[in-house]
Design a binder for this molecule. Structure first.
Ligand code: SAH
Ligand code: SF4
Ligand code: F3S
Length: 480
């Protein structure tokens, strides 16, 4: 963007955050205004999210900054600022990004002023950045997960540089509060309660790309949720890689269960969700709080990964099959109508047919309401990638199909059991395919479609589940 005349700031650059970023937002705004003048129209942006809910929440922060500096959101990538918020948890997440970058290059030929930016977990890998530097010269800006709060400053650097701007940090202990956020939904929001992960499951790259675990202070979280509620939010999803270890590293330690009790007190907040819970840290205190809570949703995502105690040990999960099953029993005894969902990896190095059968056994015993099943993906730099006994692809595929069939059969049976019941639904949107229907979610996270209009969006209404269609319900609004 070198042709833009450099803006000479009138004030000194603040050292403290977030003031420093507000200062850069102001400068970025001036560059955007100049470009608007040059083009004779508003500038547009598109944020594309590739990863998990934490990644999605980060994208809302990116949108918040882009809107604050004057860009207008569009849902196509034919935009003036396109940013990919990447994920690297499995190899295929990675490949998708390279594939789409070729397409962006074509768009940039048509609009040379277009800025292409990349951020997120994949950018924390050295070999990725090397590859981008070598073969994707048309990318303007690359940054990582630890300095996302600097986005405004990086936008300004991009406007002022004719080279690729790259800013990747190895780690950080910093948490910057109070920056603008643009929520995707008016009535529900993710809320980060912690960042990073210290668990180092042997297959997982997240601890390497997200850094060490750090918790936000409870008062900052409460203040954020109070603000969200004042702005129309009725449901929050508390986010962390392992919410059950929340608060351990704070100056004044707080448990996740204590945090939940504080959040429960917020007037006007109707529903509380959280993810992800690591089974090794799920306390009886938390089960007790869930049992008595009026707001915590009847849904727990409890990643199993494998049902074989031997494999779990190799995965460094720090629980056994028996401990996991006992935990499920305790949860179900306290909250009988809770929906349980999970993540399972098939084909971890050295997984035998017997190991896999142990996984199938847990699936049958627990009867999950739904499960995300993944084929093991080798992530360079993790201990599991060094293992020599990688399972042959054909064997993994065959096991994966068997697992998926079992998971789906059980899920369909579990869903069927709710047919005929009347339950509260938080209405999320007008149905994409049929404008006479709205779509919402039960406390247990299942999807329900029923006749209604946009005036219901954000409201919680009682719906009779007339018909179960496998993974969702058709319902009708009715009196209880
Ligand atoms: N912190 C969360 C998981 C985050 S990653 C937890 O511990 O549950 C989401 C899911 O991706 C994991 O639960 C796991 O099932 C899957 N996953 C992570 N690394 C993987 C890999 N290398 N191959 C396949 N699946 C993986
Ligand atoms: Fe990965 Fe394990 Fe951390 Fe989850 S808890 S992010 S699976 S290392
Ligand atoms: Fe992916 Fe990063 Fe989330 S690797 S799963 S986007 S924490």
């Amino acid at each position: 963007m070198k042709e833009l005349e450099k803006i000479v700031p009138s004030a000194e650059i603040p050292v403290m955050e977030p003031q420093r970023q507000f200062y850069f937002m102001d400068i970025a705004k001036q560059y955007v205004a100049r470009l608007e003048e040059k083009k004779g129209r508003k500038l547009t942006f598109c944020v594309n999210t590739f990863g998990c809910q934490m990644n999605a929440r980060d994208s809302e922060k990116l949108c918040g900054i882009l809107e604050a500096v004057g860009y207008v959101e569009t849902d196509t990538e034919e935009a003036d600022f396109v940013i990919y918020n990447t994920c690297t948890v499995r190899e295929n997440a990675n490949n998708k990004v390279y594939g789409r970058l070729g397409y962006l290059q074509g768009l940039k030929r048509k609009n040379p002023d277009m800025i292409i930016a990349l951020c997120g977990c994949m950018m924390q890998e050295e070999k990725v950045v090397e590859k981008l530097k070598k073969s994707y010269r048309y990318v303007n800006l690359i940054f990582g997960t630890h300095n996302i709060y600097k986005f405004a400053e990086l936008i300004v650097q991009t406007f002022e540089s004719d080279k690729m701007v790259i800013d990747i940090w190895k780690d950080t202990d910093k948490i910057v509060e109070e920056l603008p956020v643009e929520r995707k939904y008016r009535f529900k929001s993710g809320v980060n309660i912690m960042f990073g992960c210290n668990n180092f499951c042997s297959y997982c790259i997240v601890p390497y790309v997200r850094g060490r675990e750090r918790s936000r202070k409870p008062q900052d979280i409460i203040r954020e949720i109070e603000g969200l509620v004042a702005d129309g939010v009725v449901e929050v999803m508390l986010l962390g890689q392992n919410v059950n270890s929340y608060g351990k590293n704070l100056d004044v330690p707080v448990t996740f269960a204590e945090l939940l009790q504080e959040i429960e007190k917020i007037d006007g907040l109707e529903r509380i969700r959280f993810m992800t819970s690591h089974p090794k840290d799920l306390s009886d205190e938390l089960i007790e709080v869930m049992k008595h809570s009026k707001k915590i949703c009847k849904h727990l995502h409890l990643p199993l990964q494998s049902g074989s105690s031997r494999v779990l040990k190799e995965m460094n999960r720090r629980y056994t099959k028996e401990q996991y099953l006992a935990l499920v029993d305790r949860i179900r005894a306290a909250v009988p109508d809770i929906a349980l969902t999970t993540d399972i990896i098939v084909g971890f190095p050295g997984e035998t047919e017997e190991d896999f059968e142990e996984t199938m056994d847990v699936v049958r015993k627990v009867q999950y309401d739904s499960a995300f099943t993944f084929i093991y993906s080798k992530r360079t730099g993790t201990p599991a990638a060094e293992k020599e006994d990688q399972v042959p692809e054909a064997v993994v595929k065959e096991r994966f199909d068997r697992l998926l069939a079992e998971v789906q059969t059980i899920a369909a049976k579990k869903a069927q059991a709710y047919e005929g019941q009347t339950l509260p639904v938080l209405v999320e949107e007008v149905n994409e395919h049929d404008k006479n229907l709205v779509t919402g979610r039960l406390s247990n996270n299942s999807v329900v479609h029923f006749p209604g209009d946009s005036s219901l969006i954000g409201k919680i209404v009682d719906v009779c589940l007339k018909e179960c269609k496998g993974f969702y319900y058709m319902g009708e609004q009715c009196e209880k």
